[in-house]
Ligand binder design. Structure first.
Ligand code: HEC
Ligand code: HEC
Ligand code: HEC
Ligand code: HEC
Ligand code: HEC
Length: 185
């Protein structure tokens, strides 16, 4: 090439190829991002909560069981969020004047629950039930990742239909769990 083109043109050609490659990669990133976040807040994206709550501190640090705060996971479809009373069981005395816990005390005083922002959110046409999965011995971490070490919760799996169905296929040879109506009622 160096015999045919001057060095200047050669650089221009390189630049052109480089621009094409960058453009293609950028387009791929945009497409996959849009496809992945169409229904959920997305994998690994941090959500701004009304109050920064650290699972790492309360679970790993203090040794609390998940069910201490999410006790409905065992007996109902929803795992739910703890009410303010659960927090005040400790924080009426522990760090009872701390600035960071002001909104918890206000919630308690005005009998108004804290508005936690959902991190996981399946579309309305999908039915999910915690208790059936927990009863089968599937651990919280299988679906939610290493919550124990998270200072703020991020979604670890994006729960596409194929992800739910993949585990159902492995667990159930009769195909019952692949029936559309169990998840779309
Ligand atoms: C002391 C109470 C407490 C304990 C113990 C606790 N959690 Fe939580 N959890 C919360 C609160 C408060 C929120 C809402 C704020 C947030 O998302 O960080 C929450 C949110 C979550 C969420 C995000 C739900 C969503 O989609 O918005 C998951 C998943 C979760 N917890 C799983 C667990 C698991 C697994 C454990 C045990 C390893 C656990 N939690 C232990 C209080 C607790
Ligand atoms: C079993 C007791 C207990 C419960 C229940 C509890 N906490 Fe705590 N929390 C603590 C202790 C102990 C600390 C801090 C200890 C330290 O750092 O010395 C703390 C610290 C905090 C902090 C300070 C920031 C940090 O380091 O995490 C926040 C915020 C907090 N808790 C929020 C909450 C909320 C919201 C709830 C209810 C969903 C809750 N806690 C339930 C014991 C508890
Ligand atoms: C088979 C997978 C799976 C397992 C196991 C599982 N979860 Fe979930 N969890 C989900 C899905 C999916 C959602 C979103 C549900 C929705 O949007 O309707 C969710 C939502 C949540 C929420 C948000 C509030 C709610 O009820 O929707 C919390 C908190 C939570 N899970 C905690 C837990 C805890 C604690 C455990 C273990 C006791 C657990 N999960 C076990 C899949 C799972
Ligand atoms: C890690 C494996 C696993 C994953 C992931 C999983 N499931 Fe399941 N699911 C099971 C098993 C095992 C059962 C069977 C429980 C039984 O038969 O008692 C089940 C049962 C169900 C049922 C039947 C409940 C009933 O009333 O009989 C529904 C609905 C369901 N799953 C929805 C979902 C959805 C939606 C997702 C994805 C967000 C999902 N599952 C992800 C393992 C899984
Ligand atoms: C184990 C649970 C489960 C089963 C079984 C299941 N689905 Fe789904 N389905 C989901 C979840 C979760 C979503 C939402 C996430 C997504 O779009 O991938 C979904 C989404 C969909 C959507 C919407 C897609 C979109 O782009 O918005 C359609 C249509 C659908 N399912 C049809 C079916 C049909 C038809 C069957 C039976 C062959 C079926 N599903 C079986 C869990 C399930």
């Amino acid at each position: 090439l160096s015999q045919l083109f001057s060095p200047g043109i050669n650089n221009l050609a390189r630049l052109f190829v480089l621009a094409l490659v960058i453009g293609a990669v950028a387009a791929l990133i945009v497409v996959s991002f849009v496809a992945d976040t169409s229904y959920s807040t997305g994998v690994n994206i941090e959500v701004q909560q009304p109050l920064q709550f650290s699972h790492k501190h309360h679970v790993q640090g203090l040794g609390l069981d998940c069910r201490f705060c999410h006790f409905t996971a065992e007996r109902s479809s929803s795992a739910g969020f703890p009410d303010t009373q659960t927090c005040m069981g400790c924080h009426a005395t522990v760090w009872s004047q701390a600035e960071i816990l002001k909104s918890v005390r206000a919630s308690w005083a005005h009998n108004q629950s804290l508005e936690w922002i959902r991190v996981h959110n399946l579309p309305d046409h999908v039915y999910f039930d915690h208790s059936v999965h927990v009863a089968k011995g599937i651990s919280c971490t299988t679906c939610h990742g290493d919550v124990e070490h998270m200072t703020s919760i991020v979604q670890k799996h994006d729960f596409r239909m194929k992800d739910c169905v993949k585990c159902h296929e492995q667990s159930d040879p009769q195909l019952k769990l692949r029936n559309c109506t169990i998840c779309h009622r």
